[in-house]
Design a protein around this ligand. Structure first.
Ligand SMILES: [Zn+2]
Length: 121
């Protein structure tokens, strides 16, 4: 087949023209472009280690990044990437503050316990 843009002969399976780089097939427009950060690894990690609901929202958006990117929807992929990043950070901070509160709580209880022991209660 021939490139509709520059007219050079290209392979039937080519997704972009090797001469001018124009997209030849649906979805080909994103070939060679960089996929936005998916946050998939990060969102899975925060789902496992801290908060399931926020982490799931991150994973869903992370999956959308690659599916939209592969469909040629670069704007949608960028938007999903932002959402995935947002939810991943939210769950990270919620999880972190949960852990910190737990540590403070434990220290507080242990502190009361040792104070009580010292005071001879
Ligand atoms: Zn061309």
């Amino acid at each position: 087949m021939f490139c509709p843009n520059c007219g050079s002969e290209v392979s039937e399976k080519a997704v972009v023209c090797i001469k001018c780089g124009v997209a030849l097939q649906p979805g080909g427009s994103t070939v060679g472009r960089i996929m936005p950060k998916t946050w998939l690894t990060e969102s899975i990690l925060v789902t496992i280690f801290c908060c399931l609901p926020f982490g799931i929202a991150g994973i869903v958006n992370a999956a959308n990044v690659s599916s939209r990117f592969n469909a040629g929807d670069l704007d949608g992929a960028n938007m999903a990437s932002q959402q995935a990043g947002k939810w991943t950070k939210v769950s990270f901070w919620v999880g972190l503050s949960g852990i910190l509160l737990y540590i403070i709580f434990v220290v507080f209880i242990v502190g009361i316990g040792s104070f009580a022991a010292l005071a001879g209660w």
